[in-house]
Design a protein around this ligand. Sequence first.
Ligand code: MN
Length: 539
Amino acid sequence: MNLKDYASKRKFEKTPEPEPGPEPRKDRLVFVVHKHAASRLHYDLRLEMEGVLKSWAVPKGPSLDPSVKRMAVHVEDHPLEYRDFEGVIPEGNYGAGSVIIWDRGVYRHPSTIDEEESERLLLEGFRKGDLKFVLAGRKLRGEFALVKMARDAKTWLLLKKKDRYATADPVLTENRSVQSQKTLLDVSADDREELPAETENRIRVREAMESALYLQAPEQSMPAGIQPMLATLTREPFDHPDWLFEVKWDGYRAIAEVREGAIALSSRNGLSLERKFPPVAEALRKLRFDAVLDGEVVVVDDQGRPDFQALQHYTGTGKGRLLYYVFDLLHFAGRDLTGLPLRRRKELLKQILASGPTIRVSDHVAGEGKLFFQVVKEKGLEGIVAKHRESTYEPGRRSRQWLKVKTQLTQEAVIGGFTEPGGGRNFFGSLVLGMFEGDTLVPVGSVGSGFSEKDLQHIRERLEPFIIRESPFGTDPETAGRAIWVRPELVCEVAFSGWTSDAVMRHPVFLRLREDKQALDVRKEEPMEQTGGSSGTAG
Ligand code: MN
């Protein structure tokens, strides 16, 4: 595989790669390692011999760890000029994609420092399929070997020999060009029009997998059915440099398990959401990595405000703009990230996931919770979630490292009955609400306002099959008019102004049914006592 192969694969009027020129004679033999984002990201090791660069594609990249063997596929010789090549090979050309000079330096045979003798021994090793060499690069140093495998003509193994440069520390985490200090993405961005989004995503994912951050997380097979971490309700927003503030999205909390091609999207009560929201499922299926994501499925109106009604009716109507706001990354490519600090998980999340038309990376502001809350309130959003930047992810736990502040007081409650409609109203008068304390359903008030005509009809229809003769309450609540009891299964959410001394909601206004919640999970939400930036209680 000589320079003719190199030239025949390329059209030099269409690629910035160098055309083979007259052979320059250098004193010292050079080597270069290119990092190349072609259809698959790989590294190319090139060793100068006989006036050309003998070349191997190393899919997983070189390692300084002697216990690691890396496959190296022998490819065509490249001209010596190629050692200086860095840039973007345009689409449609052989090896299309961006290239950086990941490492470069001089090299020799281990047993001599004489240049001519060295080259003779290197060539001999190359022909025998057992090539030993010493690199003096910026990243790669010390003795290596390339050993040809018997099984075919092209497959070799790249090994690091034991010497003082050997280390188990990862070396690919150093992801910049030794020539320009640019990363592959920097080089690609210089030339963006030529870079398809898919290529960019591939580079992002690969770089995330080579980052020290990822490599320090423990290995783990992908978990199924992770329960989301929950936030503790608090009364007031606060400012604090150690906290991040996100919008509290008004939709379905949803954990996505993404395995190349196969996905699952689950609500808090374990319902499968992928069939309810096909556009989200479809977008998740396009992701080219394995991960567990945490986020919220919402339907937004033209102003970008979440519309919970539209979300609930999405399956039937397909109306509204469906989005999956992702705010956390719990597992990625065979590693458990739940033990990493939140800011690190978000860093990785941003690296691997670019916001698209359906999947969005949910943004946050750092430090300034009060101002952010004000903005959120003015926009008519539900509230904010404050998260400590160092917090680990605690599945299924309601943590004080995550705090939510609502723009209005809301509460979920179980529907235990309804009253007959009066006046001009149809379907029902009010809903009789309760909450479970152990096995006992305890009354917490009735809600008679906030219903649209459509709500009245829909809720009545939903309650119809649950009608029972006996009251489900431990002690029957007082109701305005005769109550019709129902099996306490449906959950609704109301806004209210506070609790009375006998634990009944004051001025409740119906907001919506919560089909994603289970009756037994409904709890009285009371803001925890004041947290704040100045004290340590919030941390
Ligand atoms: Mn290549």
